[in-house]
Design a protein around this ligand. Sequence first.
Ligand code: 13P
Length: 258
Amino acid sequence: MAGQAKNIRPLVAGNWKMNGVKASAAEVEAVKRALSEAKPAIPADVMIAPPAPLISAFSTVAAGSDIAIAGQDCHPKVSGAHTGDVSAEMLKDAGAEAVIVGHSERRSDHGESSAVVNAKASAAHRAGLTAIVCIGETRGERDAGLTIKVAGRQLKDSLPQSSTAANTVVAYEPVWAIGTGLVPSTADVAEVHAAIRADLINRFGDEGAAMRILYGGSVKPDNARELLAIANVNGALVGGASLKASDFLAIVRAYQRG
Ligand code: 13P
């Protein structure tokens, strides 16, 4: 696709949020089957992040396929007296290869600061998981012209020094675009992703140049091709449209050649 850095393999990740039951593994089966039948193979990594209780079952279904399973959050510590929490090591043990940290819904529902997100990303690295670190401005911040400043600040504070291109993915998700059907203009996405790339290179050098930067917020089958072709957009973090295999696959197929 136009706009893609040749050496960065894109990632399309589905964030199921608080949706799904055991029977939803049928969607993972359907994605698995379609990916195995795709010829030529679709040149993108594919990931599904179900709620924690489904990680083990989904990992079993995804085994032997190109689908990686991820958690949606982790506690900074390995274990201990933290009722209701799940550690990065537990996610890994259940079959996860990655974990989303700092999603705006965690930041708002649970008051997570970027410092907490940084500790969670460190925990992911400690456990051998890829940290998918989310950042993004609110509507008010965008209207006030603060988008680049807010995203830059969250990026700086949320990414631990242990971040590499292999163990970290940045997801830019404007809060006002999540679940609303609203999407920033192509130029606006390009501007923010370019700023993130510059910051990453500044701090992490070659690793920052190779780190994946996903766009998230109302990615759908009908806008995926345009969004994913933008420079420095190395994939998508998909919410609602990831719950049904057919929609999710339509987004993944934006990377299909021809
Ligand atoms: P929607 O795709 O439903 O807007 O959600 C985006 C998101 O929050 C992914 O993490």
